[in-house]
Write a protein of this length. Structure first.
Length: 110
């Protein structure tokens, strides 16, 4: 499978798992707890496959940056967490960094 598709699956699985953590109530609720465990398992498995083809530093920056942005958005939408101006600025800087890596880094070219 293509490494970028696997990275997308890894990011999506990690975001799903992290977003389910509050609903698990400290792993006392079975269904959200199962979502957390399966989500992280899929995320790390896919991430391990991606690292066969792409450099770990860049992959981790993209994975964690995208995860931060998406989990922040989910926290705002579903958990009524506030996003103030400094948070938006920080998320914008993270997004800019991920874009710079993807668009301009020679590390991603074999």
């Amino acid at each position: 499978m293509h490494p970028w598709l696997l990275l997308g699956i890894a990011i999506g699985s990690e975001v799903l798992a992290t977003s389910a953590l509050p609903a698990s109530h400290g792993f006392t609720r079975p269904l959200p707890s199962l979502v957390v465990l399966l989500g992280y398992s899929v995320a790390f498995y896919c991430l391990s496959l991606v690292l066969k083809d792409l450099p770990v530093g860049v992959v981790y920056a993209i994975w964690s940056g995208a995860g931060i942005v998406l989990v922040s958005l989910i926290g705002w939408l579903f958990y009524q967490q506030n996003i103030d101006l400094p948070t938006l600025l920080g998320i914008s800087l993270i997004t800019t960094g991920v874009l710079v890596l993807n668009l301009f880094s020679n590390s991603l070219r074999h």
